[in-house]
Design a protein around this ligand. Structure first.
Ligand code: ATP
Ligand code: CA
Ligand code: CA
Length: 403
């Protein structure tokens, strides 16, 4: 059993109130959104629902520890999306409002976003910038149509978009927008190497001090590491064809909605190495109800028969979710389409950055001093082409890998 040891975020922690309010808000909003589903119309893409929480409670809200306001964006659209992604409503509520883990592993990223994992490790809450929130609302319809037509889309699965507003000072308030999305990595399988790939080489390296002999899985490696390690996504002809077709369709959407700066997040599980269940990971645990100083989080791994866990021969049209085995992994295959010793967990993340004025400026000044192919801020169309090329070039039939 994989055991994660963590430090609890208790009252007094700077993000306790925010996390408490986010979870309380989601619980109430999502459980209220449970009537009969009807066909979505244009209004559903504009609807917002506001809830006001206070210590006294109200007709619509139970009493809460703190005063705050919660805003739910396009609840019917996200409910429909959750259905399209195959989530069970009751399951979602239980997972999402249980205990949370505040990530200390490599994030928050440069953007300042915070990441919270649900206790069962299936969902991630990410706080987002106001501009990303506006972007998601702007593209929601396109995104929704895309998901309907592409059940195997590799783009982040968004399950909800919300906002909490907390009193900040006498006159002011603090607004935090956040999304709920899928965790690409499985709770019960070790990820031995992890890459965040943009298709750019500009500063895209994670430096690792070899002398320290550190375990690679602790790092998020980048494009230059991928090239230097002679890493590859090993797919034989069948999976390669499906993978490329899906990537092309996804990138076409990302170009259309004018975003850039996204990555292919790739986690590699080495079947030979298997799992080290005694691996203790340091995580901060958020538990709104408990007051223990520290807490042991046990994930709930299923009993896995590694050989039978994932479909080894996957053909188009056979299943709605062609790419995915039971836990979202895709088995590597050789030229004969037979399974080989790696399982990939991958998806396109961080895809809410609009090619804004700021990025246009960055392109301008960087392009003065650097070749265009090495800089990271590009118009959406060029960004998409470069991204696609890098991933395709990195997808081979089996070749010798690093150990
Ligand atoms: P920046 O804008 O500086 O890149 P960010 O705050 O927008 O950072 P992301 O790029 O979204 O953050 O994610 C940062 C890291 O968090 C990723 O490299 C990855 O390791 C992890 N991560 C993000 N989203 C997911 C996900 N859906 N599943 C698993 N891990 C994720
Ligand atoms: Ca990113
Ligand atoms: Ca970002």
């Amino acid at each position: 059993e994989k055991v994660l040891v963590g430090n609890k975020i208790s009252e007094g922690h700077e993000n306790f109130v925010m996390a408490y309010n986010m979870l309380t808000g989601i619980r109430v909003a999502v459980s209220r959104c449970s009537g009969v589903m009807k066909k979505l119309d244009d209004n559903d893409f504009k609807t917002t629902k506001k809830l006001s929480f206070s210590m006294d409670g109200s007709e619509l809200t139970p009493s809460s520890k703190y005063d705050f306001k919660f805003k739910d964006y396009c609840p019917e659209v996200f409910r429909e999306l959750r259905t399209l992604f195959g989530l069970d409503p009751a399951d979602y509520l239980v997972s999402i409002t249980g205990k949370y883990i505040l990530s200390e592993l490599g994030s928050p990223g440069k953007s300042g976003s915070f990441f919270y994992y649900s206790r069962d490790y299936r969902f991630i809450i990410k706080t987002i910038h106001h501009s990303e929130h506006k972007q998601l609302r702007r593209i929601l319809k396109d995104y929704y149509e895309h998901v309907k037509e592409n059940p195997n889309t590799l783009i982040s699965q968004f399950y909800g978009l919300h906002r909490v507003k907390m009193p900040f000072s006498k006159n002011g308030s603090r607004k935090v927008h956040f999304v709920v999305m899928n965790n690409l990595f499985p709770p019960h399988r070790d990820i031995h190497r992890k890459y965040d790939l943009k298709g750019s080489t500009w500063g895209r390296i994670t430096k690792i001090d070899q002398k320290e002999g550190k375990d690679l899985s602790q790092f998020t490696l980048k494009d230059i590491n991928f090239l230097e390690n002679h890493e590859a996504i090993n797919f034989g002809p069948n999976k390669r064809k499906l993978f490329f077709a899906q990537l092309e369709s996804d990138v076409a959407l990302l170009k259309k909605i004018n975003v850039m700066d996204y990555s292919l997040l790739l986690g590699v599980h080495d079947v030979k190495k298997g799992n080290t269940f005694d691996l203790a990971q340091k995580l901060s645990v958020f538990d709104p109800k408990s007051s223990n100083k520290s807490i042991l989080i046990k994930t709930n791994p299923r009993d896995i028969d590694r050989d039978n866990d994932l479909p080894s021969n996957v053909f188009p049209g056979r299943s709605k979710y062609v790419f995915y085995g039971h836990d979202g992994g895709i088995r590597a295959t050789n030229e004969d389409n037979d399974p080989i010793g790696e399982i990939y967990y991958l998806g396109i993340i961080d895809c809410l950055t609009n090619y804004s004025t700021k990025k246009r400026l960055e392109t301008f000044w960087r392009s003065l001093g650097h070749p265009r192919s090495t800089i990271s801020a590009l118009p959406a169309s060029e960004y998409g082409d470069r991204f696609l090329k890098f991933i395709k070039d990195g997808t081979h039939v089996y070749k010798k890998k690093i150990s």
